[in-house]
Design a protein around this ligand. Structure first.
Ligand code: ZN
Length: 148
């Protein structure tokens, strides 16, 4: 059971233009529409992808550049607040022509070929992301911990 309950406020459905930076396009849209809490889903294709892998030993992100045409098999993200602005945390699973999948944390530099995006905005208390010393990550506020 979660600490907070949320209600669906709006669903936004749209597409991003070819050539757009996928992450910047999503972030620009949620900032412009002041979406403070929600979920993001998407399908489509990219002409190039940049994803990050979080190395838990070095506590650093490692960049993975995939310079090929890939399908967005699954894009999923959440929206919360970081540095006083709506922030999209997005993961993607991408497929190549052999049906192989790659995935990671979506970074800037992934270029849209086509992208169908759905965003669910929720009504309820916003969640703030803060740097967690233990993991080195910007995580949700401890108050949002799931209760047993
Ligand atoms: Zn991530």
């Amino acid at each position: 059971m979660s600490h907070q309950r949320y209600k669906l406020k709006h669903t936004y459905i749209g597409h991003l233009k070819r050539g757009t930076d996928l992450l910047k396009g999503i972030t620009g849209y949620i900032v412009k529409n002041k979406i403070q809490i929600g979920e993001i889903r998407g399908l489509g294709a990219v002409s190039k992808a940049v994803i990050w892998y979080f190395n838990q030993k070095t506590i650093e992100y490692e960049e993975i550049i995939l310079d090929e045409h890939l399908e967005i098999l699954s894009l999923y993200g959440n929206i919360s607040i970081r540095d006083y602005e709506p922030f999209a945390h997005v993961h993607v699973m991408l497929g190549n022509r052999n049906g192989q999948a790659f995935g990671g944390h979506l970074a800037e530099g992934s270029i849209v070929y086509a992208a169908e995006i759905m965003i669910h905005e929720y009504e309820g208390e916003k969640i703030v992301r803060e740097r967690d010393e233990e993991t080195g990550l910007y995580l949700w506020d401890y108050r949002q911990e799931l209760l047993a």
